[in-house]
Design a protein around this ligand. Structure first.
Ligand code: EPZ
Length: 460
C-alpha cells in the first residue's frame, strides 16, 4: 500500500487544470446503457471509481473504450441484468446500474452498494421511486431483485424526500428509469445538485424528454427509445473547492482553470466571508488567494444544493482550524461524517464534537506534521490539505481512498510547488513517530475480472 509524504508549509502557486466531475460522470456512464447506440463522453477523469464502473458496465455486456479522458460505451452487447456483490460493494455509484437496467430490460438484480464510510447510506428512496414507477421489488440473499410487470415502467407522480432531505443518487436513478417509462413522471422533492442537471442534459441529448432539472420538480415524458449521444462532462466543483482551500491554507496564489462559476456558489460565499480574495480572471478561471483583511471564523451548515456541500466540509474544517477564533460546522447530510477530526488533531488542530452532527473548531496558529490515515475520500482530501499547510513532514496512509476522487492529485500539487511524493508503506514501517504501522486499509481494490465472471449469473 502507498502513502503520501508531504513536506508542508510551502505556498501553492500557479495554475491548476480542473478535471471532469466524478459525481456527474458516474450516472452518465450508466445512463449510456439506455441508448440504442454508442455514446461518447469527454472529460472523464481517470479515477478508481470510474474504472470500477467501467468494469461493471463491461460485466453487463457493454463494450467500453477509455483513453485520454474520452470514454465510449456501446451497450449493444448488454446481456446481463445481474451485478454481483463484489462489484457493488466497491462504490455507491454501482447502484446507478439499476435504473437503466429496469428501464431498458425490465429486470435487475443488484447487491446493496458500498461506498465511502461516512455513515448510514440507505437506498430506500431509490427503491421506493422504482416501485412508484410500477416495478416489483424483492430481496433475496442480500440482493435487490426488481422486475417491471409490463414491458415498460409506468410514469407516475412521486416524491423523493427522505429523512435527511433530498437524494442526489435517487433523483438520478429514478430519472434514468423514467426516461423509457410509459407516460409522464413527475419527481417531487428532487435533488437540485449540478450532477442531476448534468445527467438530465445528457439524457436529453440521448433523446429523453426532461424538464425542470435544477428545481425541486422534474418532469419526464417517457419515450420508447433513446439513442447514443456525445457529451463533455463539466469540471469537478469539489476538486475546485479542495484546491481553493489548499491555496488559502498555504498562503498561496492559485488559478483554478475551467471552474464553473454557478457550481461554486455556496463554497465561494463561505470563502469570501472568511476573507479570501476571489477573482475571475477568465470566464472559467478563478484566482484564489488570501486578502489582507482579517480572517473570520465561520458558522457553516452543510445542506443540499444550493447549500454548502457536505463534500467540502472536511476541507473547510482545515481552513477554520487555522483561523483565529471559534468556528462551528453542522453536518446535516451525513451527521457522522467527521472521521477526519481525529486525524486532524494529530496534526495539532483543536476540534471538539459538542453534539452529534456538529463540530467546534478553535483556531490554532499552525499545524505540525504527523502520520495520519485517510478513512474516506474527502477525509483524505482534508488531510492532504492540512499536511500541505503543516510545518514539517506528514505521512498520509491509505491514500487509495483519495485516488477514488482526485485525478493526478500528486502531479497537480507538485506543479503548484508542493513537496509531495508517493512512497510504499511496508508493514513494519515505523512512520514518523517511530510506531510500527499496521495496514488497516479496507479501500477499494481493482476488480479481478475472472472472479467476477464466475459470480455472474442471470442473462437478460
Ligand atoms: C452523492 O451521494 C455523492 N456521491 C456524495 O459524494 C455526496 O456526498 C452526496 O451525493 C451528497 O451530496 C455520488 O454522487 C457518487 P444522497 P448519494 O442520496 O447520492 C440519505 C463524495 O465524496 N438517503 O444525496 O449517495 C443519505 O443517507 C461522495 O464524492 C436516504 O435516506 O447521496 C443522506 O443522508 C460521498 N435514502 C442523504 O439522503 C436513500 O435512498 C443524501 O444522500 C438515499 C439517500
Amino acid at each position: 500500500m502507498d502513502m503520501y509524504q508531504i513536506e508542508g508549509a510551502k505556498s501553492l502557486r500557479g495554475d491548476v487544470p480542473l478535471s471532469g466531475s466524478k459525481n456527474a460522470c458516474l450516472p452518465i456512464i450508466t445512463a449510456a446503457l439506455l441508448g440504442e447506440g454508442p455514446s461518447t463522453i469527454h472529460g472523464v477523469p481517470d479515477l478508481f471509481d470510474i474504472r470500477n464502473l467501467r468494469l461493471l458496465v463491461e460485466h453487463l455486456g457493454a463494450s467500453v473504450e477509455f483513453s485520454d479522458g474520452t470514454l465510449t460505451i456501446d451497450p449493444a452487447g448488454v446481456n446481463r441484468d445481474y451485478v454481483p456483490y463484489d462489484m457493488m460493494c466497491r462504490m455507491r455509484a454501482s447502484f446507478y446500474a439499476m435504473g437503466p437496467l429496469l428501464a431498458r430490460y425490465g429486470r435487475a438484480k443488484v447487491s446493496l452498494p458500498g461506498g465511502c464510510a461516512i455513515g448510514d447510506r440507505p437506498v430506500d428512496l431509490h427503491t421506493r421511486g422504482f416501485q412508484d414507477l410500477g416495478a416489483q421489488l424483492g430481496e433475496s440473499n442480500g440482493y435487490i431483485v426488481a422486475r417491471s410487470p409490463g414491458k415498460r415502467l409506468k410514469g407516475s407522480r412521486l416524491s423523493l424526500l427522505g429523512s435527511n432531505g433530498t437524494s442526489v443518487g435517487a433523483t438520478c436513478n429514478v430519472m434514468m428509469a423514467a426516461t423509457l417509462a410509459e407516460g409522464v413522471t413527475l419527481i417531487d422533492d428532487a435533488a437540485r445538485e449540478p450532477d442531476v442537471v448534468e445527467l438530465a442534459a445528457f439524457l436529453r441529448a440521448m433523446g429523453a424528454r426532461i424538464s425542470g432539472e435544477g428545481t425541486s420538480t422534474i418532469r419526464i415524458e417517457g419515450v420508447e427509445k433513446l439513442h447514443g449521444a456525445e457529451w463533455t462532462v463539466c469540471t469537478d466543483r469539489i476538486e475546485a473547492a479542495t484546491f481553493a482551500i489548499a491555496a488559502l491554507v498555504t498562503h498561496g496564489d492559485v488559478v483554478l482553470r475551467g471552474a464553473v462559476r454557478p457550481h461554486l456558489y455556496s463554497t465561494l460565499l463561505a470563502l469570501d466571508l472568511w476573507g479570501a480574495e476571489l477573482t475571475w480572471v477568465g470566464e472559467n478561471d478563478l484566482r484564489v488567494r488570501r486578502s489582507r483583511h482579517a480572517k473570520h471564523p465561520l458558522q457553516v451548515v452543510t445542506e443540499p444544493w444550493p447549500g454548502f456541500p457536505t463534500d467540502v466540509q472536511s476541507q473547510l474544517t482545515v481552513l477554520l482550524a487555522l483561523t483565529p477564533g471559534e468556528s462551528y460546522i453542522r453536518e446535516t447530510i451525513y451527521p457522522e461524517r467527521f472521521k477526519h477530526v481525529h486525524e486532524l488533531k494529530r496534526l495539532g488542530a483543536k476540534i471538539s464534537v459538542p453534539e452529534k452532527g456538529r463540530i467546534q473548531i478553535t483556531g490554532v496558529p499552525a499545524l505540525r506534521g504527523a502520520v495520519v490515515k485517510a478513512t474516506d475520500l474527502r477525509a483524505g482530501a482534508a488531510l492532504v490539505t492540512a499536511a500541505l499547510a503543516a510545518h514539517g513532514t506528514s505521512q498520509i496512509r491509505d491514500i487509495e481512498h483519495i485516488s477514488r476522487g482526485y485525478e493526478n492529485l500528486e502531479q497537480k500539487l507538485i506543479d503548484l510547488g508542493a513537496g509531495i511524493c508517493t512512497l510504499p508503506v511496508a508493514d513494519s514501517d515505523p512512520g514518523l513517530d517511530g510506531h510500527t504501522h499496521h495496514d488497516t486499509n479496507d479501500a477499494v481494490s481493482q476488480a479481478d475480472p475472472s472472479e467476477l465472471e464466475t459470480l455472474a449469473g442471470d442473462v437478460v
